[in-house]
Design a protein around this ligand. Sequence first.
Ligand code: ATP
Ligand code: MG
Length: 216
Amino acid sequence: MSPVGLFGGTFNPVHLGHISVADQVLRYFPLEKILFIPSYIPPHKNASGVAPVEHRLRMLEIACEGRPAFEISDIEARTPGPSYSVVTLEKLKKARPQEEFFFIAGADAFIEIETWKDYRRLLQECSFIVVTRPGFGIKSIERVVERITPGKYFVAGENAPVKKAELTAGGVFVLEVETPDISSTIIRERIKAGQSISGLVPPAVEKYIEENKLYR
Ligand code: ATP
Ligand code: MG
């Protein structure tokens, strides 16, 4: 079985925080690749202000260029209606039987897991890699883990990369690292206000947003 990370989100737009998460997960976990899965209409967010899915997919493609371990899946993006992780996981398991999946989530997303559809089943059927985010440190993750999972919990970081055997044992893995303090919300707000977003997204994504007049 080939271990693969599933990185879901709105990616509205993809930014250097997302890329840093994926790069660091690959650095500390023996995953073969990371599948970016942009959602169609996010169940936990207001759908207004979300760029059309074709643009979000295209920006991801541009951002992932030159990183062969990054793959983009349109499994949610092209399925109208809310995207649920537990449903996506079931579909992916059927479609890709040789792969073992690990959900990747930033701490801010993970601490909401109790609001996700069938989250207990999801936790049983899939391991998680939770990455700290500015403002959402290890404590915020631990509080939730204590409530929802009965056991296996590991912390990885600078001096503690995870080995393949540890990974296949399953559980909730926390990656305590620094990621840039960037959010898609900030990027959309800056564009609306006519401010520069350089340094927040890859240059080619910045150019794409400009050319297509997105988020104005
Ligand atoms: P928005 O402001 O629209 O919510 P976002 O920046 O949070 O956008 P999402 O598409 O919501 O981006 O996030 C997708 C996933 O990436 C989530 O699991 C989120 O926690 C994670 N993530 C996004 N930015 C960071 C970051 N800077 N550091 C760590 N994790 C991040
Ligand atoms: Mg978010």
